[in-house]
Design a protein around this ligand. Structure first.
Ligand SMILES: [Zn+2]
Length: 138
């Protein structure tokens, strides 16, 4: 069982290398690398890989909520509602880039923009419940 990741020290507006992200969230660099493969967003074309603090926090939060209440694939964590919400009108934009996918939608309750990374392999499954507008970036 991996160590539980910490959210408290992660600053939303700074960027972290893999090692820094590991240190601040209390997990191993290998775990962070796995998260990146699993859909954690990184800044485009930056080497070494840089991760935005808010993306890191969102990712840890989405993992926690998946564990604690079996989040459905087609729901999002809304920061304003502080809860899992469905997408308004069951519509979402899906941006595909470098084999990673990010869904963006509006919270059905408050209209706040919500987004989350998803595995590209899940897109077909998502398409059954969400009206996806898929954009591929090269
Ligand atoms: Zn909301």
């Amino acid at each position: 069982m991996p160590k539980k990741a910490r959210l408290s020290g992660i600053k939303a507006f700074r960027t972290y290398t893999i090692n820094e992200a590991a240190e601040v969230s209390g997990v191993s660099p290998r775990t962070i690398s796995n998260w990146v493969k699993g859909g954690l967003s990184v800044l485009d074309d930056e080497r070494p890989v840089l991760i935005r603090g808010d993306d890191l926090r969102d990712y840890i939060k989405s993992q926690r909520s998946e564990r604690s209440r079996k989040t459905r694939l087609d729901t999002f964590y809304c920061v304003r509602c502080k809860a899992q919400r469905a997408a308004a009108a069951a519509m979402a934009d899906c941006d595909l880039k470098h084999g990673r996918a990010r869904l963006t939608a509006l919270c059905e309750s408050c209209g706040t923009v919500v987004s989350k990374p998803v595995a590209e392999a899940k897109i077909t499954e998502l398409g059954r419940t969400l009206d996806l507008r898929i954009e591929r970036h090269v």
